[in-house]
Design a protein around this ligand. Structure first.
Ligand SMILES: Cc1cc2nc3c(=O)[nH]c(=O)nc-3n(C[C@H](O)[C@H](O)[C@H](O)COP(=O)(O)O)c2cc1C
Length: 238
């Protein structure tokens, strides 16, 4: 199986350790590709809108964005990690997610995303783990992913992994290993079930595209939906 990991920080801190514990369960059988932000997607979206209007390959940062996208589309399991920074995902993670605005359902979602599974690992000192995960979950859901598992940790006081007491480390290990074992047991030859929330987003976007297409059949997003057959009877899920 293939796993693509997007890390919201380059720091080899606590979030990194959590992710390593999770991946331990897959090391013997999975092909794992990791991205570290901001290193692997260093530029901000400039708001030029060219990805929406003309195509993602014309983005000034296409070299970085398309490399990550290819890897996400090829993966069976997507893993996103981020510590909480002021109650949210790191700026580097947000900057990368902005680059994928064109993959949101009202634009040109990738059909492959609808069958994928994802795990989000977040951690914070006191509060903000859930809202951090939500930042990432929002994008994944609007990309078409239904099967999203969130694992959040609250460290309370320790920021240095080496200073965290062994009992607490063992409890993190237990939780992460248990989620990893469940994720490993999945038959990845079968796509994940597409849930009602994602389907509702799809049908709302389909209505939008149908009406935009009536006004301008040459509209980039409409042409994409039409080519995929989604304006007609085809659906991106099985
Ligand atoms: C800029 C910044 C903002 C932070 N904001 C929060 C926060 O809102 N809530 C919280 O509990 N911890 C916050 N923290 C603490 C980090 O989440 C915590 O130190 C975490 O363990 C860092 O993970 P790392 O070791 O992987 O870098 C913040 C840290 C930084 C650097």
């Amino acid at each position: 199986m293939k796993i693509t990991v997007v890390n919201g920080t380059e720091k080899h801190g606590v979030t990194y350790r959590m992710k390593e514990i999770f991946l331990e369960q897959f090391r013997d059988e999975a092909e794992i590709t990791e991205y570290y932000l901001p290193r692997d997607c260093p530029a901000f979206c400039a708001g030029c809108m060219v990805c929406f209007s003309k195509g993602q390959h014309l983005c000034k940062d296409a070299e970085f964005v398309q490399k990550i996208e290819k890897s996400l589309l090829e993966a069976d399991l997507l893993v996103f990690t981020s510590p909480a920074y002021v109650f949210h995902a790191t700026g580097a993670m947000k900057a990368m997610l902005d680059h994928f605005g064109y993959r949101w359902m009202p634009h040109r979602p990738a059909g492959e995303m609808f069958g994928k599974r994802a795990v989000i690992i977040t951690q914070c000192l006191g509060a903000g783990g859930k809202s951090t995960a939500k930042d990432i979950k929002d994008s994944l859901s609007w990309w078409g992913v239904s099967s999203i598992r969130v694992v959040s940790f609250r460290l309370l006081s320790d920021v240095d992994w080496n200073k965290i007491d062994e009992k607490r480390k063992a409890s993190f290990q237990k939780k992460l290993s248990s989620v990893a074992k469940k994720m490993r047991a999945i038959d990845y030859s079968r796509p994940a079930h597409t849930g009602l929330v994602v389907k509702a987003k799809f049908y709302a976007a389909r209505m939008l595209q149908t009406s935009l297409g009536k006004r301008n059949p040459e509209y980039t997003d409409y042409k994409y939906w039409k080519e995929k057959g989604w304006i007609d009877r085809a659906r991106p899920w099985k």
